[in-house]
Structures are given as structure tokens and as C-alpha cells.
Design a protein around this ligand. Sequence first.
Ligand SMILES: NC(=O)c1ccc[n+]([C@@H]2O[C@H](COP(=O)([O-])OP(=O)(O)OC[C@H]3O[C@@H](n4cnc5c(N)ncnc54)[C@H](O)[C@@H]3O)[C@@H](O)[C@H]2O)c1
Length: 460
Amino acid sequence: MEHDHRTENKGVSRRGLVQMAGAAGIAGLAAPVIVKAAPDQLRFGFIGTGSRGDYLLKHLKSIDNGRCLALSDISQDHMDRSAQTIGTSPAKYRDYRELLGRNDVDAVMIAVPLFMHFQVTKDALLAGKHVFCEKSLVFKPQEIAELRALVAQRPKQVLQVGLQRRYSEFYQTVKNMVDKGILGNVTNMYAQWHRNPGWKMKPLPNMNDQMMANWRLYKQYSGGLAAELASHQVDVAEWMFGSPPESIIGAGGHDYMFDGRDITDNLQMVYKYPKKQKLVATYLCTTTHLSMFGGTRSEFAEKIMGTEGSVEITVGDDTQPVLAMWYREPSPPPTVTKAGEKKAYAAGATMVSGSAQKGVPILLDRHKVSGSEGFADKEMKYARQWLYSKGVMIPEESQNPVDTELRSFLEDCKKGGRPRANIDVGLNDSATVMLTNKAVEEDRKVLWSELEGMQKAPKA
Ligand SMILES: NC(=O)c1ccc[n+]([C@@H]2O[C@H](COP(=O)([O-])OP(=O)(O)OC[C@H]3O[C@@H](n4cnc5c(N)ncnc54)[C@H](O)[C@@H]3O)[C@@H](O)[C@H]2O)c1
């Protein structure tokens, strides 16, 4: 039953795809290849086998609920390398529309440059495929409404965005802490993603090749730091605060890196949310230092601040796992009355200092002692908790959130589930990215409500 959508929603037929390919001057399509996957494996293709594509394929190699049947990239070298990476002898197509024409491919994953996300996602949906598209989901305001409408017309097809923090058990735990009031009234967030340098230009003899190889450094193709870095963290803010921002102000510029790029190389932003919460976020290309986690991590992390506690959290990478530290607010010091009784701290009195708070690592349920485990298990958990509290060990997720997002996508395709990083999450995220760049380019406060007008603007 899981493949019904392809017969129902065949927006682009194989014949249509052949015609499109012909119109684009592409030589005849390869004969369809039927490849068998295990019955419980979803059959997918991968479009855009560059740096992220190859990274995801490396993760997909050990994920058993899907099988890669085909790759597409305009670069033969990239496809050849990624075919080795995934190791399933996938078919290779220079034109992604040929891949979309295969009836045995149920889903596609897309990691092409940002300016192409919308077109490839749209073509894939019209061809009846489930879609996983990397962040930031879309590039231009007009694409927001068009993609929303297209997805709404195809309820049986899954669309997931590559915002992997949504798939982290620690981020989910922090979201629960926020919702249950464990951090008190959550008023602020701080986020940083600093790199040094912020991407190196690859100089190539042919200007067109150079621009394509360095697409994220040109405004024509890329949303710059906002799309590539801030997109992850403005999504965390939207998730924690429960709403996209109402307004955005910021300062930024193209001030330090003059190698042919035209994107800004620094952004300092303030986002304001409906319940008066704020996100302060900085994106720099001249430093990597991170003061959270006692300086043990670098580049990127978020801090969620409430009246009763704060959490520092980072998604980490393949070498350093997700880390979340919880700092309780110091209790107000008692004051002593003339009569010698201790009285709770009263508003208006001067608090000289609270004692420094030692952070404690956040534990997932399975790290905690439930009482139902056997003696040895219980002792082991206590021992680990002691080591966690001393910073000797850190509690870890069962798998990298990237593995979780990919496994979950394949599972949702099979069972018709709704992804955590769904179309609404992805489009709000992209809209925030677009407004971030608008605030900096126009050097003014921009409002979320301006989006409507932007979507009606004629296509550039
Ligand atoms: N979620 C994350 O943490 C994360 C991390 C890195 C990148 N990304 C996203 O992944 C996407 C790709 O980034 P990247 O770093 O891999 O870029 P990249 O330049 O390394 O790779 C892009 C690939 O797309 C290919 N391509 C270009 N046009 C194509 C076409 N018409 N058909 C098929 N392939 C085509 C290029 O040849 C290249 O191999 C971007 O949207 C980026 O933001 C996400």
C-alpha cells in the first residue's frame, strides 16, 4: 500500500520526463533498471552528491531501512565517489529528471545548492516521490507559497527538511524542560556559529565552474551565513519559543574576506518573538572560540535562558557528540532581619553575588535509575552518573541525530508518518533566513508580516 501515491499523484510521467530531457538536449534515457531491495527497505535515489550528499550517504550506508538505487549529479567525479561511499552499485544520472523517471524509486534525498532546492523538490513531488531536502528548504519568497500548496495537494507524500537538531534526543529533552517550566520563564536564547575562515574560495580557471563550485559564496545562488548556518539555530529558537519571530534587526557586512565572494561575512542579529522572548545570534568568519562548555567545544552552540535555569546545547558532529549542560539559577540568598530571623530575598534588595553554578549534564531517561533494573545495572548507572557529574564521561544519544533523521524519514515514507522537520518547520525556517538577509541588506527592522508582500513580488 505504501506505493499508492505514485499511481495517484503522477504529476510528471516518464514520458513527460523523457520530453523534458529531450527539450533540454539530453541524450536518450537509460532503460529502466529494476533493482531488488529487501521488502522492508525503502528504495531511494540521491540528488546532489557533493560534500553534504556524500556525508549523508556515508551515514545511509549503515541504515538498514532503505536502499539507494540511484544517484544524480552533474559531476561524474562526485557520483563515482558517492557510488563507492554507499556501495550498493547505484545507477548514475547526470540529469536528475532521469532518476525521477524511475518507477522503482520511492523517495529522493536532495543536497544540491540552495538556489536549486525548490525546482528539484517540486519536480520530485510531481514525479510522486517522497522528498528529503536539505536545509534551507527554499531560496526565494515566492517559492514558499508554491511549495506549501504543492505539498498540501499531495498528503500521501512525505516532505522532510534536513534540520537534524529536531531529531536529537537531547534537544527534544530540552524542549520538554522548556514546556514543563523546568527552566522557569524562558525569556532569551543566545546562539553563535563562528568559523575561521568562513569557507575558502576554490579558485578554478573557468568563472562559471568557479561560481558553481563556490555557490554558497554568491548571493545569486546562496543565502550566505543566514541560510548555511543561522537556519539551524533560528529553527531551534522557533521550536523552543513555539513561534517564528515577529521582527528582526541586525548588523552585518562584507568586511573581512575579499576573495571574490559577495555574501556578508558577519551577522549580528536580534530576533523578537510574540511572547517578548529574544534570540541574539552571531555568525562570524574570523574566530572559532566558544565560551560555553568551559571552552571544550568550538564554533557553534545555543544557550536557552529561563528565570530558573539555563541550558547550553550543541549538536556536535561525527567526532564530538551532542552535549547539553544545565545550569540552575542560584537561589536568592536569605536576608537576616533585625530580629535575627532568616528571611527570603526580597525584590528591591541588592544581591551582591550568587555563587557560581556548576553545570550538570542533562540525562536522558535511559541514563536515569528507574528502580526496575537489576543490581549491577543500577550500580553501573550510579557510577556513570557520578562520572558524568565530574565531567569524566558525557551521556550520549543512542545514535547521531543525522542517522536518526535519515532513518526516521525512511520510516515515515513507509508508514505515512509526519516528520518532525516537516514542511511548516522548513518554510518558517527559510522565511526567517530570507528576512534575516533583508534586515541586514536594508539596514532596518523587518517584520514577519512583510513576508506576504514579498511572496507577491515578481520573480527576479
Ligand atoms: N544539514 C546540514 O547540517 C548541512 C550541512 C552541509 C550542507 N547542507 C546543505 O546541503 C546542500 C548541499 O551543500 P554541499 O555543501 O554538499 O554543496 P556542494 O557544492 O558540495 O554539493 C552540491 C552538489 O550538487 C551538485 N549539483 C549541482 N547542480 C546539480 C544538478 N542540476 N543536478 C544534480 N546535482 C547537481 C554539485 O555538482 C555538487 O556535487 C546545501 O543546501 C547545504 O546548505 C546541510
